[in-house]
Design a binder for this molecule. Structure first.
Ligand code: URA
Length: 422
């Protein structure tokens, strides 16, 4: 095969054969297809799309580029969750131990944040001693003993995606439904879980800004999971305003621990329970009520065991920021809008996120929301609190928040869980 032929075929709107797809993904992973050739092919796919047959083959080739984890030594039924990414989306932190406390095993390979959305591993790394790297043997042992592992994916898992995602990130080729769906699902299928719940975010703070494209992405991913024998469902959930009252690393850990203690913000609790019910149903445990395990402390016990198993001290104080800056409400009334994207960018500029893969993140930086849409606010009263180690970061964070909130007469309340696909 010749890479230029493959690129020309897709550029001109043709269909790639199974053999062409297998070859190009494998050759790219080995370095035999050059980065600039794959970049051209990714752009052709973004503009021309993939047929369902091409997408299925493309995803299978990405899975076959590495190893598929074998979870047959795990005694409990396995269930995982993947979120397409949002602002203040700390749900994995309370959810994984909660579902484990209810009897399932949660094998969650997570990522670090890039851009305005936070990464689960960055959040957990704010806990002193906690390690994201877990060997395959320790992964299986922890699934059997604790029931939940949240850790970094090894280099052997879908290596084609590791290269391709980094390339897409710098070539304007992220925003393609077949490329996003095959990227996410190749990793999740290779991870070996028998069932999977997708949290597909919709709104300003999400990849997918409108419901039509979010639904298309959800249907595409559910189809791929099902075709590979993974019981897959998706919830379409709102990401027009941040989840909970914090966006940042240690700040979100603290909020998650409040949820595990039976408190926490209502929206975080609602989404955690909705996803837990879907995961338990996928694991054949539909008759277990996760609300009981939050109430009686079992989820908290599992959280402590999960953190300790990876070297973390669940009782250690978390880092706090040296500097704070308060943003006051501009008028009295009801907070009608607090934009998720703007808060995500502000948290990122305060140091909670990174601009390049190699950059460090600040554990303590972030944004605390002192009011949420629907709340009554008084002119001049604190609305947001910005946390940073370095006060020179406040100015750019404040610029991101320009126009991000509105105070008016009344707020319309949109549902958090918009729909279910699967
Ligand atoms: N997350 C992924 O893992 N891949 C994408 O393409 C987009 C989001």
């Amino acid at each position: 095969f010749d890479a230029v032929d493959v690129i020309r075929t897709k550029r001109d709107g043709g269909e790639l054969s199974d053999a062409q797809i297998d070859w190009v993904i494998d050759a790219y992973t080995r370095g035999a297809v050059a980065e600039e050739q794959m970049a051209a092919l990714a752009m052709a796919v973004l503009l021309r799309g993939l047929t369902p047959r091409e997408l299925a083959r493309w995803t299978a080739a990405m899975i076959a580029s590495g190893e598929r984890l074998d979870l047959s030594a795990v005694a409990r039924p396995t269930s995982d969750k993947h979120s397409t990414g949002g602002v203040g989306d700390k749900i994995t932190l309370p959810l994984a131990p909660l579902v484990a406390a209810c009897g399932a095993a949660v094998p969650q390979l997570s990522g670090r944040g890039l851009g305005h959305t936070g990464g689960t591993l960055d959040k957990l790394e704010s806990i002193p001693g906690w390690r994201a790297e877990v060997s395959n043997a320790a992964f299986i042992a922890q699934l059997n003993e604790v029931g939940a592992v949240v850790c970094a994916a090894g280099d052997e898992l879908a290596p084609a995606d590791r290269k391709l995602y980094a390339l897409r990130d710098v070539t304007g080729t992220v925003e393609s439904i077949p490329l996003i769906a095959s990227s996410i699902m190749s990793k999740k299928i290779a991870e070996g879980s028998a069932s999977l719940v997708l949290d597909v975010k919709v709104g300003t703070g999400a990849f997918m800004k409108d419901l039509t494209t979010a639904r298309q992405l959800a249907e595409t991913m559910v189809g791929l999971g099902t075709a590979h024998g993974v019981r897959t469902v998706a919830l379409l959930t709102d990401m027009s305003t941040p989840l909970g009252r914090t966006a940042g690393n240690a700040l979100e850990v603290t909020e998650s621990v409040e949820v595990l203690a039976g408190g926490g913000p209502a929206d975080v609790v609602e989404l955690t329970l909705a996803l837990a019910r879907e995961m338990l149903a996928g694991a054949g445990l539909a008759d277990v009520d996760p609300a009981d395990a939050l109430r009686d402390g079992r989820a908290m016990d599992t959280w402590r065991a999960m953190i300790a198993a990876q070297g973390g001290d669940p009782d250690a104080p978390l880092p706090t920021a040296r500097e704070r800056h308060v943003v006051a409400a501009p008028a009295s009334g009801v907070l009608t809008r607090l934009d998720a994207y703007a808060v995500g960018v502000a948290a990122w500029r305060l140091g909670a996120g990174r601009a390049r893969k190699e950059d460090p993140v600040s554990a303590a930086a972030g944004v605390v929301l002192l009011a949420k849409p629907g709340d009554r606010v008084q002119a001049g009263a604190p609305l947001l609190e910005l946390h940073a180690d370095d006060p020179s970061r406040f100015e750019r964070a404040l610029a991101a928040l320009d126009g991000a909130f509105e105070v008016g007469g009344s707020a319309s309340s949109a549902p958090l869980v918009i729909d279910r696909v699967g």
